[in-house]
Ligand binder design. Structure first.
Ligand SMILES: C[S@@+](CC[C@H](N)C(=O)[O-])C[C@H]1O[C@@H](n2cnc3c(N)ncnc32)[C@H](O)[C@@H]1O
Length: 224
């Protein structure tokens, strides 16, 4: 979803390297050090940060990386991280689909996909964060038995995601069309709060990286 660009966003991100990792730093010593902290959780499409800030406060011994392509949304998140004095959050301003291949394999405990852009037209399905190719990438990044937590309001995208996960080497742990938001290992996002206020049902899927070999995972090229 497009956000109105705020001119202060990029300067704010540049002025806070303590909470911001630049794309070119992913393979640097600083990037590698953060990406090997454990447990490390990744949120893709962080938006304005309610979820990542809430989770980082709830779980101060865990580390959280948020990737968001909108600099304005990410700067709003960065402000919240700085104001809350969090030291377990790192933020990255880029399109996740362009940079995830640079990440080290088997370092991420879980990935959160919260109300990812639906891209409803079939011709745009490659841009969805649950297309088959990117599910192969997540598989490579996740630790053994790592999980993916997905929340969605759009039923079409939810079913598309469920089918893609089901066709790959992921085990489905939870599949619900009416998530009550009560899981302790969760936090409401900005979109979720708006959807709940409008009585829109929240779909939730939790999948786990299966213990299969990569031969059963058609898009993964890495040994697991
Ligand atoms: C519908 S909003 C949801 C924001 C937040 N997760 C929430 O639930 O309130 C989707 C967000 O994902 C971001 N996004 C979409 N595709 C992305 C991608 N490929 N890489 C990084 N961010 C992405 C958008 O910029 C937008 O901020």
């Amino acid at each position: 979803m497009r956000m109105k660009h705020k001119p202060w966003a990029e300067p704010y991100l540049a002025a806070h390297p303590d909470v911001v990792l630049t794309p070119s730093e992913i393979t640097s010593d600083r990037g590698k050090t953060f990406l090997h902290l454990t447990p490390l959780y990744l949120e893709i499409g962080t938006g304005k940060g309610d979820f990542i800030v809430g989770m980082a406060q709830k779980y101060p011994d865990a580390y959280f990386l948020g990737i968001e392509k909108s600099s304005t949304a990410l700067a709003i998140t960065a402000k919240k991280v700085v104001e809350a004095k969090l030291t377990n959050v790192m933020l990255l301003n880029d399109d996740a689909l362009l940079i995830l291949d640079l990440f080290p394999e088997q370092t991420i405990q879980a990935i959160f996909l919260n109300f990812s852009d639906p891209w409803p037209k079939k011709k745009h399905s490659k841009r969805r964060l649950t297309n088959e190719k990117v599910l192969g990438t997540y598989y490579r990044l996740l630790k053994k038995l790592g999980k993916i937590y997905l929340k969605a309001a759009n039923p079409g995208v939810f079913e598309f995601s469920y089918e893609n996960f089901s066709n790959m080497a992921y085990d489905i742990l939870e599949y619900t069309h009416d998530y009550d938001g009560l899981d302790a290992f969760d936090y409401p996002t900005e979109y979720e709060t708006k959807f709940r206020a409008q009585h829109i049902a929240i779909n939730r899927l939790i999948v786990q990286k299966g213990e299969h070999t990569h031969e059963t995972n058609p898009t993964s090229t890495e040994a697991v």
